[in-house]
Design a protein around this ligand. Structure first.
Ligand SMILES: [Zn+2]
Length: 63
């Protein structure tokens, strides 16, 4: 099994499956968030990603 982000091998039973690491999982979430929220570039900075997601969460909470 290969990580969809960095294509490195993922061990069966890895807690982050299908990603190789929490970082790749975050990056995938960043890609998704970029598409979902029309952010011009994929987010590669975990802090920035967290900021964007918390803003979106706030909007959802207010809706
Ligand atoms: Zn990876």
């Amino acid at each position: 099994m290969k990580c969809p982000i960095c294509k490195s091998n993922v061990k069966p039973g890895d807690p982050e499956i299908p990603f190789c690491s929490a970082r790749c999982r975050l990056l995938d979430l960043g890609n998704w968030a970029s598409e979902r929220y029309s952010i011009p570039a994929p987010i590669t900075d975990p802090d920035e990603l967290e900021r964007v997601l918390s803003l979106q969460q706030k909007k959802l909470d207010e809706a």
